[in-house]
Design a protein around this ligand. Structure first.
Ligand SMILES: C[C@H]1O[C@H](OP(=O)(O)OP(=O)(O)OC[C@H]2O[C@@H](n3cnc4c(=O)[nH]c(N)nc43)[C@H](O)[C@@H]2O)[C@@H](O)[C@@H](O)C1=O
Length: 316
């Protein structure tokens, strides 16, 4: 069986590729011209890398025609929320056009390909206290251009299923982290700062943004297992939350990281790290996904954060 992973050199893409290889699946992955390949260097000989700009319809059409994958894990995206405020059009274009080009190519060649699309808990946005844990039928009230791009991807998935019968599964994934998480994201950013302080590379001050936001974190290795199950057992056209079912403040996450180190630090708020509007709380219910696929996260949060901190310790 052949699977195509878009954005294979990214954080989730690299874990997805490892997961598929362990299952004996043939893996093809898209990268962009200037993509860094550090995350996949250790498996580069076991996968096929194809340079493909998803914003270019011709390039996508040629890729799909040539490879005709049975499965697609569509993970390529501009995924950093703050970037989406600096350049909203790039985020919308990148995330929405890339997916349309994939769908159009599948439609054109009438392929039975199963497609998982990486939607996001950010789509729920402004959530009322009475609405947690959030279920899939909650209203979507996106609070960033990134979130809007994910709503568009999500509804396009629904529409291509309804209009053309394309086997699309929409996974609305809550925050996820683990080794190789990009350093801009909060868990990785704090872990990297701690590892740098440990090595004497910076003064013992941790710079932070909004510590009061609450997030529901799952290990990326549990998430890629979920993506596999989504295509194996999910109902086409459906959307599913992937979440741990519990949440914590960002402050709690920072304190957890600090229990994993001997250093003493000062915590300093950095106004640059504040957002025009931040999602206050994301806490998801994965009951629907569990009922359809049997998925539940296995890796405890403390283990995930230990692995992430050790990743930075080894990398610096
Ligand atoms: C589900 C969703 O998950 C991710 O989006 P995110 O939640 O924006 O992720 P983050 O790690 O950038 O922020 C989490 C929270 O932490 C707060 N926060 C405090 N201090 C800092 C700080 O210093 N840096 C950052 N980045 N955030 C900070 C920040 O204000 C926010 O409340 C992406 O994977 C996205 O692609 C996705 O789909």
């Amino acid at each position: 069986m052949k699977a195509l992973v878009t954005g294979i050199s990214g954080f989730v893409g690299s874990h997805m590729a490892e997961y598929l290889l362990a299952k004996g699946i043939e893996v093809v992955g898209t990268i962009r011209q200037r993509s860094m390949k550090d995350h996949i260097a250790h498996i580069e000989n076991d996968i096929k890398l194809v340079e493909c700009e998803l914003r270019d319809p011709i390039s996508v059409e040629q890729l799909i025609d040539r490879e005709r994958p049975e499965l697609i894990f569509h993970l390529a995206a501009q995924s950093f929320v703050p970037t989406s405020w600096n350049s909203p059009i790039d985020t919308i274009h990148n995330n929405v056009a890339g997916q349309i080009h994939l769908f159009e190519a599948i439609r054109r060649f009438k392929l039975p390909t199963k497609v998982q699309i990486a939607c996001s808990s950010e789509e729920y946005g402004q959530v009322e206290p009475s609405e947690v844990p959030i279920r899939e039928d909650n209203p979507l009230r996106p609070l960033s251009p990134y979130a809007v791009s994910k709503v568009a991807q999500d509804y396009l998935g629904y529409q291509y299923f309804r209009s053309y019968g394309i086997h699309v599964i929409r996974t609305r994934t809550f925050n996820h982290t683990g080794p190789r998480r990009g350093e801009g994201f909060v868990t990785s950013n704090f872990a990297k700062q701690i590892a740098e302080i440990e090595k004497g590379l910076r003064p013992p001050v941790i710079h932070v943004g909004n510590l009061q936001a609450k997030r529901d974190f799952t290990d990326v290795r549990d998430i890629v297992h979920g993506y596999w199950l989504a295509l194996e057992r999910g109902t086409p056209g459906e959307c599913y939350n992937l979440a741990s079912g519990s949440c914590c403040t960002i402050e709690y996450m920072l304190q957890l990281l600090l229990t994993l180190t001997d250093i003493e630090v000062e915590i300093q708020e950095d106004p640059q790290r504040m957002r025009p509007s931040d999602v206050e709380i994301l806490l998801g219910s994965s009951d629907k996904f569990h009922a359809d696929t049997g998925w539940k996260p296995e890796i405890p949060f403390k283990q995930t954060m230990t692995d992430l901190l050790n990743y930075w310790r080894a990398k610096l």
